[in-house]
Design a binder for this molecule. Structure first.
Ligand SMILES: [Cu+2]
Length: 156
């Protein structure tokens, strides 16, 4: 009877110790990936009016098929369009009447890309902006590396 009680105590302690170490390990694993590197979105919204072209984000990634998805709103009172150069250097654009919404799905070169309204004079009036297209893998890896460096401190 006494021995059985001892066994129960030892077994119970072992279970407690195992649970504790398991949760410690889980906490460590969780910590390594918290926050998880965020994927860079492959789409963005564009707001246009007189006289601006405002992207909802500055950095986007091409999706697995190599394209970026634009959703464009003309919040102005005049006609506008939305233009970009695709990866082959060809202008891709969508025309938007006042209050209209449109979509543009196109390849883009990596790096800095100009976005603008191609109607005569509109770019000069301010309807131009820039976005940066990054490689999804590079962006996620860079975020992960930055997080590791933050946790581990500078290497030397
Ligand atoms: Cu315009």
């Amino acid at each position: 009877m006494r021995r059985r009680g001892l066994y129960a105590l030892v077994a119970g302690s072992l279970v407690v110790a195992m649970l504790a170490s398991a949760s410690l390990a889980a906490a460590k694993v969780h910590r390594l990936f918290d926050p998880a590197p965020e994927r860079v979105p492959t789409g963005l919204q564009i707001d246009e009016d007189e006289w601006s072209v405002i992207p909802s984000r500055i950095t986007v990634a091409a999706d697995p098929t190599g394209v970026v998805n634009f959703s464009i709103f003309n919040r102005g009172e005049d006609d506008h369009d939305f233009a970009v150069l695709d990866a082959q250097g060809q202008m891709q654009k969508v025309d938007l009447g006042p209050g209209a919404r449109g979509d543009l799905v196109t390849s883009l070169k990596p790096g800095r890309n100009k976005i603008w309204c191609n109607l005569p004079g509109h770019e000069a009036l301010g309807m131009v902006g820039y976005i940066t297209v990054v490689d999804q893998y590079d962006a996620v890896y860079a975020a992960w590396e930055a997080e590791m460096n933050r946790m581990l401190g500078p290497a030397n």
